[in-house]
Design a protein around this ligand. Structure first.
Ligand code: GYE
Length: 331
């Protein structure tokens, strides 16, 4: 590592002296963003999770549009929900000496080594959407995104209220997001905490559907086969709920009536199902992080200090509210 670093510094010194603005040190020099290209423009390397859901597609569009609007050169990669692909992408951004790296970590653990490499290369890192569990918080500048524990809690609180005064057992099945991801871990724990308030509520089955429609459908089919009495489905995102709705209908049951459904995100397709009464409640999670991310990138590249955690403002939707919001819903 040390050897490689000194070789890189030496290389950059040589290049700087011959080409004047093309070195490793210069690329991350706060006074000269874009120095590596010589155009003064900030270059951001963004390592996206994948394209697993409507939320993710909207998030990618928000980031790409905001980069264009902010005059930031964006290098974008899609990791197809695989941590090793994200690590490769981040390493390539480090090698390309971008000014700032942003990424949405697919899972929470296992980032220390690559984050340390970015820090050693003096490239600031911004976490967007999903968090990491690294103990060393100096490995990144800030986190921009939602509080997933609060989202899970909102879902559970709604359910407890919905069944208020009733003491019959309520059998819940849960479709978890990607195993090991911050939203899956936190939405699960927030929900579990909230339903403790109603001792008749029980999670009878809980499995990952990887945040996708196809997996949501497949796992719901298995839940339906194994459990004769399911009262409620809690899905960690709309896409899995939409897949599950197909499975429920194929089993001859009515989603939203025979089985109540709560999900998280509030993307257009989810809101449409909510307005149609097939989903009963949605907790919003905003994917529109692009503009804030670009502002933060400009600040950290300048060397300004930013808040360590910036939370997104979000609401919840009933079927009526979904109907009202749908005509203006952009994603
Ligand atoms: O809820 C889900 C997506 O990390 C908040 O990832 C995001 C989640 C979102 O696949 O739909």
């Amino acid at each position: 590592m040390l050897k490689r670093w000194s070789a890189a510094v030496l290389g950059s010194v040589l290049l700087v002296s011959t080409l004047s603005a093309c070195g490793g040190e210069n690329a991350s020099d706060s006074s000269s963003p874009g120095a590596a290209k010589g155009d003064g423009k900030i270059t951001m390397g963004f390592a996206q999770v994948g394209a697993e859901s409507g939320w993710r597609t909207a998030n990618t569009k928000s980031i790409q549009d905001a980069a264009t609007a902010a005059g930031i050169d964006l290098k974008f990669s899609d990791a197809q929900q695989k941590q090793e692909n994200q690590i490769k992408a981040i390493r390539s951004y480090i090698a390309q000496k971008v000014d700032v790296i942003a990424f949405s970590p697919v899972v929470e653990s296992g980032w220390d080594t690559v984050l340390k490499e970015a820090k050693d290369a003096k490239i600031p890192v911004i976490l967007t959407d999903r968090a990491v569990d690294s103990k060393d918080t100096t490995l990144y500048k800030t986190f921009l995104g939602s509080d997933f524990v609060v989202e899970g809690k909102k879902a559970g609180d709604w359910l407890v209220k919905e069944y208020q005064g009733k003491t019959d057992p309520v059998n819940i099945v849960e479709l978890q997001g990607t195993t090991g991801s911050a939203p899956a871990n936190d939405r699960k724990s927030g929900f579990a905490d909230a339903i403790k308030a109603a001792p008749n509520m029980k999670i009878i089955a809980s499995q990952t559907g990887d945040f996708t429609r196809a997996k949501g459908k497949e796992v719901m089919e298995a839940f339906l086969k194994a459990n004769p009495k399911i009262d409620v489905l809690y899905a960690h995102n709309d896409d899995m709920a939409l897949g599950a709705i197909e499975a429920i209908e194929a089993a001859g049951k009515k989603p939203g009536t025979d089985i109540k459904i709560i999900s998280v995100d509030a993307v257009k397709d989810g809101m449409t199902a909510l307005a149609a009464g097939k989903i009963n409640h949605i907790v919003e999670c905003s994917p529109l992080l692009g503009p804030q991310l670009m502002d933060l990138a400009k600040k950290v590249v300048k060397g300004e200090t930013v808040e360590p955690r910036i939370l997104t403002v979000e609401t919840e939707f009933t079927p009526e509210q979904a109907k009202a919001a749908l005509p203006d819903r952009k994603y």
